[in-house]
Design a protein around this ligand. Structure first.
Ligand code: SAM
Ligand code: DTB
Ligand code: SF4
Length: 340
């Protein structure tokens, strides 16, 4: 063999020392490393910045389900996809508060509220603001994902006490148009700028397993890592294939490739919370354990994501117990983000 695997690894280190920017080529070189070299490096990075056995627990709630005008190819909530997800009314603040209280009792420290909107109307935003205030008053961290924000909306959420806003870049820029046609990735970047400018922590990641190439996964990670600053929280979702969506029936991703994506996110965004997000329901526990080793330190906790299933809380507690993992204190994660 002309090129020894450790030479390949050295080259990735050396390149990066010369220029801290993560080009697609550099992230692609990480993806190409032998698996053991990659996850060793990711785990070493993880250990340098975090307690390697602490996992942050967030619970999701869909506060406005279905009927979305957008055409995201992966999403069961798009009105034009016939998935059995109905267009429901927005939840009342009391119902949201009850769900947050239950999540807190189960051990979640962050409560994430999602809405199937292209973006919030002012009247709807006002009810979300009341939800944020109510959840915050429980002593939980708050996160919302409401679609695109217009000028001034992020500032209103910040004033209400919103800690994080989730808005994903979802996939590589060159693949985005194949997955979504009703908006561009530049629209996403505009909202991310609004969120940043309002002083809300950014939660931004993507989905893998949508038929993208490895190079495209590298391009997504590079794009996230080159946001300045990179996001405080980076959800890596494995596509949940829902019947009736255009992406249902896509070839499923090699689970080791999912672990590699987590590892690359950890290496390129060393101080971010890397969130092992959608797709855990279908993911073998051994693969989840490898994800934790490769630097994932946050999960969605509770038996439902927005409309699809997630492992039962009890099951996750048992898995964490078997791995010697424990929940991360809520304030610790925000402090971590603020100290960066
Ligand atoms: N409508 C808002 C938006 O698109 O930003 C907020 C809610 S949307 C459901 C939040 C994120 O969920 C999407 O950006 C996407 O990354 C993720 N998501 C949706 N459907 C998914 C699926 N089937 N599998 C994995 N992730 C999915
Ligand atoms: C994120 O990146 N993943 C979560 C959260 N942010 C909002 C959503 C996953 C949704 C999976 C499909 C569903 O349950 O509808
Ligand atoms: Fe709507 Fe968000 Fe689903 Fe896209 S991902 S269809 S914007 S709910």
């Amino acid at each position: 063999m002309d090129t020894l695997p450790h030479n390949a690894q050295d080259r990735v280190y050396a390149d990066n020392a010369a220029d801290p920017r993560w080009t697609v080529a550099r992230v692609a070189a990480l993806f190409e490393l032998p698996f053991n070299d990659l996850i060793h490096r990711a785990h070493t990075t993880h250990r340098a910045h975090f307690d390697p056995n602490a996992v942050q627990l967030s619970t999701l709630l869909s506060v406005k389900t279905g009927g979305c005008p957008e055409d995201c190819g992966y999403c069961p909530q798009a009105a034009r996809h016939h998935t059995g997800v109905d267009n429901e009314d927005m939840l009342a603040v009391d119902a949201v508060l009850a769900a947050a209280r239950a999540a807190k009792e189960r051990g979640a420290t962050r409560f994430c509220m999602g809405a199937a909107w292209r973006g919030p109307k002012q009247r709807d935003l006002e009810r979300v603001i009341d939800m944020v205030k109510a959840v915050r008053a429980l002593g939980m961290e708050t996160c919302a994902t409401l679609g695109m924000l217009k000028a001034g909306q992020a500032a209103q959420l910040k004033t209400a006490g919103l800690d994080y806003y989730n808005h994903n870049l979802d996939t590589a820029p060159e693949f985005y148009g194949e997955i979504v046609s009703t908006r561009t990735q530049d629209d996403r970047l505009d909202t991310l700028e609004e969120v940043r400018a309002a002083g809300i922590h950014v939660c931004c990641g993507g989905i893998v397993g949508m038929g993208e190439s490895r190079r495209m996964r590298a391009a997504l990670v590079a794009q996230l890592a080159n946001l300045d600053p990179y996001p405080e929280s980076v959800p890596i979702n494995n596509l949940v294939q829902v019947e009736g969506t255009p992406l249902h029936g896509s070839a499923s991703l090699d689970p080791f490739e999912f672990v590699r994506t987590i590892a690359c996110a950890r290496i390129t965004m060393p101080k971010a919370m890397v969130r092992l997000s959608a797709g855990r329901h279908e993911m073998p526990e051994g693969i989840q354990a490898l994800c934790f080793f490769a630097g994932a330190n946050s999960i969605f906790y509770g038996d439902k994501l927005l409309t699809t299933g997630n492992p039962e809380a009890e099951h996750d507690r048992a898995l964490m117990g078997r791995l010697g993992l424990y929940p991360m204190a809520g304030e610790a994660t925000t402090r971590e983000a603020e100290d960066r």
